[in-house]
Design a protein around this ligand. Structure first.
Ligand code: RB5
Length: 144
C-alpha cells in the first residue's frame, strides 16, 4: 500500500513520525511537501495530494495543517476524495467506519503528536462499516 502525505508549514512536522509508523507496517509513504518551516499556502500541497488520490497514484492519503481545516476543504474539492478531519483516536476510527475517509486530516497545532499517531493507527485499523453508511456516501456527490 502507498499513502500520500501533504502538510503546510504548520503540518509538515508530522511527516517524519507518520512515515516511521507507516514503514513499520510495510506501508510506503510519498511526501508531497512542504518540507520546511517557511510559510506556504496549504492549497498548493493539498491539491497535489488530492490529485494523486483522485488519479489512483496513491491508495489514500494523510494531510496536516494547523487546524486541519484548510487541508480538508481543499482535498474535498477532488472527485472521489473523502477527506475527514480527526482530532482524537475515536474520531479517526469513526471517520473510516462511517465516512470511509480515504484521506485522514490532522491538526498539528491542536492535537499532540502522540494523539495524531494514535489517529493514524485507528484510521488504518478500522474497517468501513458499509450498509447505511454506503448509502450516505453514495449521496455525497449528489450536490445540487
Ligand atoms: C497556517 O497558519 C494555518 O492557517 C493553516 O495551517 C491551517 O490551519 C489552515 O486551515
Amino acid at each position: 500500500m502507498t499513502i500520500g502525505f501533504a502538510g503546510d508549514h504548520a503540518g509538515y512536522l508530522l511527516a517524519a513520525p507518520i512515515r516511521k509508523l507507516l514503514e513499520e507496517r510495510g506501508i510506503t509513504m510519498v511526501n508531497f511537501g512542504t518540507f520546511g518551516p517557511e510559510s506556504v499556502d496549504y492549497p498548493d500541497f493539498a491539491h497535489k495530494l488530492g490529485e494523486a488520490v483522485q488519479k489512483g497514484e496513491v491508495d489514500c492519503g494523510i494531510a496536516a495543517c494547523g487546524t486541519g481545516n484548510g487541508m480538508a476543504i481543499c482535498l474535498n474539492k477532488h472527485t472521489g476524495v473523502r477527506a475527514g478531519l480527526a482530532w482524537n483516536r475515536e474520531i479517526a476510527a469513526l471517520v473510516k467506519e462511517h465516512n470511509n475517509a480515504n484521506v485522514l486530516v490532522l491538526s498539528q497545532r491542536f492535537t499532540s503528536e502522540q494523539e495524531n499517531l494514535e489517529c493514524v493507527k485507528a484510521w488504518l485499523d478500522t474497517e468501513f462499516a458499509g450498509g447505511r453508511h454506503q448509502r450516505r456516501i453514495d449521496k455525497i456527490e449528489q450536490c445540487r
